[in-house]
Design a protein around this ligand. Structure first.
Ligand SMILES: C[S@@+](CC[C@H](N)C(=O)[O-])C[C@H]1O[C@@H](n2cnc3c(N)ncnc32)[C@H](O)[C@@H]1O
Length: 253
């Protein structure tokens, strides 16, 4: 996958290019990052990249001409790529959208700075706006890195275990089941016995039940959209009963 980045701060991307799973995927060329810095397209002697908003008000906007020139340079290099602007006003990013975007050969990500970009550029140069959530950060770079990292998890060969991303929270519409590592007894707390007996069917059912239970407890909104199999319905009912009994036992202690 080829990712073009329009950013005033290309050096920030070392955070994903030099570390962990994303770093390995970029080093092994599963994913390439190419940068277009509006500063390189600024024609005045100070290489200005910001400008005042019409109508006044606090803050600056990204200067129009260098920003558009850098987006167009990225487009001529990645000719089939859609252009996504990271923006708090975009649709909130979901795992579903990550999977769709990760399947593309190329993508151009525009990272805003200051108070953002001229509204006309949204119309002429941008295909989609994506938000990390209902909060404001100082620039689009961290949002772009979050999106790139999430997409890398779906590139074949990026993860040690090819099923890992499929089992991540949200990929199948549910939260991941709880996980445990050694020691088996940690300060008096035991690992669930179902995970210890090596019986794959028992482990599978336990994980499905706990995944449903975690979703019901922490993100019940996800269950509203989920179409559960008969087995999942049954396991969720079992989880709810067991949870209720634990609550009663806890209250009587
Ligand atoms: C300080 S913000 C501008 C916010 C803008 N004035 C507003 O209120 O809509 C600067 C840049 O950070 C990025 N940004 C801020 N919050 C974001 C979010 N939640 N998701 C994605 N990008 C974000 C955008 O690229 C934006 O242009």
């Amino acid at each position: 996958m080829q990712i073009g980045l329009v950013t005033l701060f290309p050096e920030m991307f070392a955070a994903i290019a030099e570390h962990g799973i994303s770093g390995r995927a970029i080093r092994s060329k599963l994913v390439s990052l190419d940068f277009w810095n509006p500063r390189d397209f600024s024609l005045d002697k100070h290489r200005t990249v910001d400008d005042k908003p019409f109508g006044g008000g606090p803050g600056m906007l990204m200067k129009t001409e260098p920003l558009v020139a850098s987006i167009q340079a990225a487009k001529s290099s990645l000719s089939n790529a859609k252009v996504t602007y990271l923006s708090p006003q975009g649709a909130t990013l979901t795992q579903h959208r990550v999977v769709e975007l990760a399947a593309k050969d190329s993508l151009i990500l525009v990272c805003g700075r200051y108070q953002g970009i001229d509204a006309r550029i949204l119309e002429t140069e941008i295909d989609e706006e994506i938000s990390l959530g209902d909060f404001v950060i100082s620039g689009g770079e961290i949002a772009a890195m979050a999106l790139i990292d999430a997409m890398i998890r779906f590139q074949p060969g990026a993860l040690g275990d090819k099923d890992s991303a499929q089992q991540d929270s949200f990929t199948a519409g549910l939260l991941h089941s709880p996980e445990y590592t050694r020691p088996q007894n940690f300060k008096g707390q035991e690992v669930p016995t179902e995970l210890l007996n090596g019986n794959h069917e028992v482990i599978r059912k336990w994980r499905v039940k706990q995944s449903l239970g975690a979703t019901w407890l922490k993100r019940p909104d996800l269950l509203e959209d989920a179409s559960l199999s008969l087995e999942q319905e049954k396991l969720l009912q079992e989880f709810k009963l067991e949870h209720e009994q634990e609550q009663i036992l806890g209250a009587n202690k």
